[in-house]
Design a binder for this molecule. Sequence first.
Ligand code: CTP
Length: 406
Amino acid sequence: MSDLSKRHILLGMSGGIACYKSAELCRALIKAGATVQVILTEAAAQFVTPVTLQALSGRPVYVSQWDPREPNNMAHINLSREADALVVAPASADFMAKLLHGRADDLLSLSCLARPMRRVPLILAPALNREMWQHPATQRNVAQLRADGAQVLGVGEGDQACGETGDGRMLEPEEILAELVAFFQPKTLAGQRVLVTAGPTFEPLDPVRGLTNRSSGKMGFAVAQAAREFGAEVILVAGPVHLETPRGVRRVNVETALEMQTAVQAEMNQADVFVATAAVADWRVEGGSTQKIKKAQGEPVPTLALTENPDILGQVAASARAQSGALYCVGFAAESHDLIAHAQAKRERKGVPLLVANLGPATFGRDDNALTLIDAQGVHEMPPNRKIELARQLMAEIARRLPKKT
Ligand code: CTP
């Protein structure tokens, strides 16, 4: 299953130079498994051609409300009823002003007005010059469109096609895609604050060398993304990995286990859920050198003295128990053999209600995985899948186990 499998997106474009980015968006939606029907306004067709979008979407593009290809000549009804969402990207200042008044003088605005509101959400990705974006009329229109039930995405900041710099440019195609994928997830973690650790830690030996492990951080980043998609506020404490921060997630970068412990302690009291996916180094080098250790002819090979790192999850779980379990703790276990026996023992030892076990060497660095959930009720297998899909299934399981917020 891809992120947008079985979703049909009606992709509307109004006039703006950002139309060229929406051609990329169309392609990205299709790559994510969606089917896409494009509608261009006449202004949009000045920036990209129907031929471009037909080639990318694999479907004829509609521009006119008088298009005779529809047997009943009601493209606005037919197209809007088969869609799972109507996405207007770019949404120009003029187009938003028009929607606000319920005007419907072209096929795209007609489709926005005619869509079954409760079943087909309207998602707008504004694209404006910075002065136009800041103008009180635009801000008023955006607020009213939101009040009328449209989901108006934010805008990007930076260089604009007009040569100016500031807020207002359309989000990048992958950002709009991420918003759309998130939109379709259930919001069962809304109002919850989720703290996640991810990646390896790096324990320096000297300024250029250190001890680390093969964790890629991918599972933890997927957990953070899924928690955000489910509506939670997410803080991701990440060891040294080169992964992009999931959209909407607050990231705190750390290097060592001690830094990770400090970052977690700073956040844990405000969190409702703690998911420890990090592969924390069990030991650090005692008395690491501040200067590079040189190898000198005839000198003996240095020996490393190691000291134990704190058990971050163990400590957090103990303090959660002391505060009558206000923080729901989830541990991960990467084992190489006897997965269930080791994981059951680890769940007891760490004192957590839920432990997620996986075979470490088989999953490091990959985009897929298989998980085994272990709690007081027993063992629940999650068969092989993409890490993001497993992370979503895990979030659903966690949401089910959380006490209801009053
Ligand atoms: N963990 C942690 N702090 C540590 C070590 C582990 O928070 N110093 C967390 C991990 O993030 C994971 C869980 O504890 O959620 C299990 O980690 P693991 O290293 O597999 O367990 P250990 O207790 O170190 O056991 P072992 O290495 O013997 O398997």
